[in-house]
Design a protein around this ligand. Sequence first.
Ligand SMILES: Cc1cc2nc3c(=O)[nH]c(=O)nc-3n(C[C@H](O)[C@H](O)[C@H](O)COP(=O)(O)OP(=O)(O)OC[C@H]3O[C@@H](n4cnc5c(N)ncnc54)[C@H](O)[C@@H]3O)c2cc1C
Length: 376
Amino acid sequence: MRDVIVIGLGAMGSAAALHLARAGADVLALDRFGPGHGRGSSHGATRVIRRVYAEGEIYMPLLGRAYALWAAMERDSGQTFLNACGGLDIGPEGGALVRTALKTAEDHAIAHETLDAAAIMARFPALRVPKGMAGVFAPQSGQLFSGAANAWMRETAEAAGAELRWNEAVTGWRRSGKSLSVATARGETRCRKLVIAAGPWTGLLLPSLDPHLAVERQVTGWFTPPPRRARDFANMPVFQADPPGGERFYFLPPAGGMGVKAGLYGHLGERGAAMRRGRMPDEADAALLRRGLRKWLPGADGPPQKLQQCRFTRTADDRFIIGLWPDDPDVAVLSPCSGHGYKFAPAIGEAAAGLALERDSAVDLAPFSVERVLGG
Ligand SMILES: Cc1cc2nc3c(=O)[nH]c(=O)nc-3n(C[C@H](O)[C@H](O)[C@H](O)COP(=O)(O)OP(=O)(O)OC[C@H]3O[C@@H](n4cnc5c(N)ncnc54)[C@H](O)[C@@H]3O)c2cc1C
């Protein structure tokens, strides 16, 4: 009998396995694919982290905890996982995105500056920002080296005693008396607690949750500015831009030999079960991302260096799920991510370990409950 089985070894399951193993639990973690595979939501080298949060106040305690844990991970590993190159939230002056970002900064005493369009372009020459737009700049925002961080979390979980098994899909789980039973092609394994961190496949393991989750195809692209513009891009911050009635693009600076990374929330609007598989990126994906580059970073517009498919798993309110399964309090459910969960991974993993080990959480998890999604 295991203390805890974790289903899924993306960012959230890896972080959960790490915190559980470090707390002394006997952990088995299973993934249907191999380490670092590209079929879920956590693959690739980089992700954005923003210290002010235009998505709202409810995320701030979890975000503060995540920053503390990213710093602890850097201390433990001797690696750099967070490049604090600064981050901008750009929207219409006085609009909701700028107002909310500003309020989270002020309420939580986060270092920030408000810049108008001209000031943004003077400081960051790679960016083009229309008049009437403003940005909240947070110097502690930046990019996370997610590929390296995921690998470190997996390795450190194993070193702390967790057993990680790859290419072993969980086909079902059930209550079996006082314990739970988890089935794979290798047979059934019993455990006291279960953590489900299955990303886009969560609804297959929890069918009553499935209608409340939308799996959405995303494509990110990398675009290399010409060498004559390299200096303009050297100090580029991460940023998202939300023009009136428009498309919310996000961009990350060049890193690790790759060019500017570009993405669009919602992308082509392709949703549904078929998006678990998705389809290979094509010209239409590249054209969409280049539209964003032409508008916000014209110096990086050109043929993509690389396109990569990924998946968002969205709830109706775009909030995460971090909570106990209402029908069985020995089961914790993690983070259908709604496309912005990565930066919180260490804090979500810690919260999951707390739920499974029945310990008090460092942050209030009520805004992320399963019940709110199920409508209970
Ligand atoms: C294109 C893109 C860009 C993003 N950018 C950002 C960003 O800049 N900043 C940010 O904060 N967030 C970002 N996100 C969101 C973030 O990456 C996700 O929130 C996070 O990676 C979700 O991790 P996860 O572990 O929940 O899911 P996943 O990474 O999908 O992991 C789930 C795992 O469960 C396994 N699994 C599923 N079913 C089973 C089963 N039955 N048995 C065994 N294993 C199973 C899968 O194989 C998979 O490995 C982005 C997401 C995408 C797609």
